[in-house]
Design a protein around this ligand. Sequence first.
Ligand code: ADP
Ligand code: MG
Length: 238
Amino acid sequence: MTDDTILKTDSLVKTFGGLTAVDQLSFSVTEGEVAGLIGPNGAGKSTTFDLITGFHKPTSGSVSLKGKDITGGKPYKIATSGIGRTFQDTKPFGKLSVFENMLVPQTPDVSGDDKIERANAIINKLDLNGVADENGEDLSGGQKKLLELARVLMLDPDLLLLDEPSAGVNPALMDDILDHIKALNREGHTILVIEHDMTVIAELCDTVVVMSNGDAIAEGPFKEIQQDERVRNAYLGT
Ligand code: ADP
Ligand code: MG
């Protein structure tokens, strides 16, 4: 681990009954980068996010944020200590407007008018102005992804974990989402993204971690990873 490591997992394990979803997983993310987490369906990627963000307690192993042990912490505690997270299946509050959805997260550092101002600034930044008064359930797949990202930004996380931002998004809006992710990275958010679409990975990521059967089988720049024989066998199918 170097000084600019923001996130590190060490021998992380999660079992569900007889199934080992995450198996001795160790990897790290460097501050300032966009890192990709890739691997076949069922490799354990989303479960890894659940372990990092406190939605599941690891069976064993540890997670640290900027050198501080956060293993098994409560989701709200982890969210307010600098890790924001979106879900593979977006779930905005359907009967609340986009604007009202933005006020749902408990923000320890702002309240009242300041919170409203922050919500509006993020809505602006992500180009959601046009739908600010629409209900969550009436948004398109891509707009729901953007709203989820917007909501997560209310806590101004140092590290953003994005679970399949392209899933269910039409290609036109996908380019916008990619641009927003890149802009957020330039503004200082470190990003770890789970993604199936390799063109998205190639365009966004400085480095990638490849998972197979719960463990990391390769880690490095995408161009190098593509040449790795184990990766090609396990995943790329070429
Ligand atoms: P990925 O996101 O890489 O597609 P997941 O992390 O969702 O994979 O799942 C990894 C494995 O763990 C799969 O076999 C999945 O069925 C299993 N799994 C995930 N969550 C649970 C759960 N809550 N209970 C039981 N099994 C689970
Ligand atoms: Mg998943």
